[in-house]
Design a protein. Structure first.
Length: 259
């Protein structure tokens, strides 16, 4: 593992590498994204029709580690001189029963944590939200601004960012390094804190691209609405495509870059 701290400009390099992955294997990246969206849709069906609270969150969360591993696998296959396929990248998480079971458990833990964080945010935000005033069924903006649920927003943000750090690299550490789940959680969180600067850079770049593209597409009229959706899918694929460049910078620093 690379023990050196990475400069903030590394986030820009991650974005460039993600663009190269998409250029080299567009069918694989968008195929993985399409499968991910389809699985999320299917995962929400039981909760919607059976009216089971939080069932959609839990089932959807099981899909997430497999999808993260699949997105990262696209970049890994390219660096190893192979052309990735969406099915092949997804299949990697299911080949080893031990890895598959750990990823399922990882997803369930992630989903449970999201639910718990949601409860905490609601509890902390309730006193402020109760002060909001509604006029003809519409909340008054002034009352909202004067009673913002700061406690819920701050605590929720800290908890959710920590959860993302814990689970960011965990699927790859479990599948590619054979780590126990607790050790994978610990390493993932520590690594994310060490590379927080480049992560912020990457996040800002993706945010600027997403908002700028959405504004341009929206200005094109009715057809622009469709373009906004296409652009959102592109940015989503680009953000997930950066997983392997991030992984490689820390865990495989000697791997040749994708050219």
């Amino acid at each position: 593992m690379n023990n050196n701290r990475l400069p903030m400009s590394t986030g820009m390099e991650w974005l460039r590498q993600s663009c190269r992955i998409m250029a080299k294997a567009p069918l694989a990246i968008f195929g993985v994204l399409g499968i991910y969206i389809l699985l999320l849709f299917i995962a929400n069906i039981p909760g919607e029709y059976l009216k089971i609270p939080y069932a959609g969150i839990l089932i959807s969360s099981i899909v997430t580690p497999f999808s993260a591993l699949a997105f990262a696998g696209c970049g890994r296959e390219l660096t190893q001189g192979r052309i990735p396929t969406a099915i092949g990248c997804y299949a990697e998480g299911f080949k080893n029963p031990a890895v598959r079971n750990k990823l399922i458990l990882l997803g369930l833990i992630y989903g449970l944590c999201v639910i718990v964080i949601n409860f905490i945010v609601q509890a902390l935000s309730a006193p402020a939200i109760e002060q909001w005033k509604a006029v003809n069924g519409v909340y008054d903006t002034a009352s909202i601004l004067s009673h913002l649920p700061w406690a819920g927003l701050i605590v929720g943000s800290v908890l959710y960012v920590t959860l993302l750090g814990v689970t960011c690299f965990s699927p790859m550490l479990i599948a590619w390094r054979g780590m126990p789940m607790a050790k994978a959680f610990f390493f993932s969180l520590i690594v994310c804190f060490r590379i927080l600067g480049p992560i912020v850079t990457l996040g800002l770049l993706l945010f600027l691209m997403a908002t700028g593209g959405a504004v341009v597409c929206s200005s094109l009229g009715g057809f622009g609405e469709m373009l906004v959706i296409i652009w959102a899918l592109f940015i989503t694929a680009l953000s997930y495509g950066s997983l392997y460049p991030m992984w490689r910078s820390v865990f495989e620093p000697d791997t040749r870059p994708i050219s």
